[in-house]
Design a protein around this ligand. Structure first.
Ligand code: 5GP
Length: 118
């Protein structure tokens, strides 16, 4: 069975978060440690741990992440200038919460695509 993370508790509104959008498939809330003026996490309500665990049955939920990202980018006023969508996977991807999620980052130029290893 998939172990729950704190994101499931946020989705069920058991712990507080600044939720900006929610429907039957996904929940979006502001990152607690924002890396840009807009930093929103868009999370499937189903607790899929990582991209490695994605199955064909998840296509509709995961496609919906993009629909919600586009809508939120419009609402945040960052659509025209642009933004970055990130999905981290496991250690090398820098994933720290093991409930798959998409980062929506914008409001400033996002710089190089990846930082160089130190
Ligand atoms: P990851 O590195 O797993 O892709 O990103 C996880 C993100 O979740 C991080 O950007 C982190 O700041 C955010 N985060 C971790 N705990 C909480 C929390 O309790 N509330 C909110 N809103 N964001 C969180």
């Amino acid at each position: 069975m998939t172990e729950e993370t704190l994101f499931s508790k946020i989705i069920r509104r058991e712990i507080p978060a600044d939720i900006v959008y929610q429907d039957e498939r996904v929940t979006a809330f502001r990152d607690i440690n924002p890396q840009a003026p807009t930093h929103i996490l868009i999370v499937p309500n189903k607790p899929i741990p990582t991209v490695n665990d994605v199955g064909e049955e998840d296509e509709a939920d995961l496609g919906h992440l993009f629909v919600v990202a586009a809508r939120l980018a419009q609402e945040e006023g960052i659509a025209e200038n642009g933004y970055r969508l990130i999905v981290n996977c496991n250690r090398h991807g820098g994933q720290i919460v093991f409930h798959l999620h998409m980062h929506l980052l914008g409001g400033r130029p996002m710089g190089r695509m990846v930082s160089q290893p130190k």
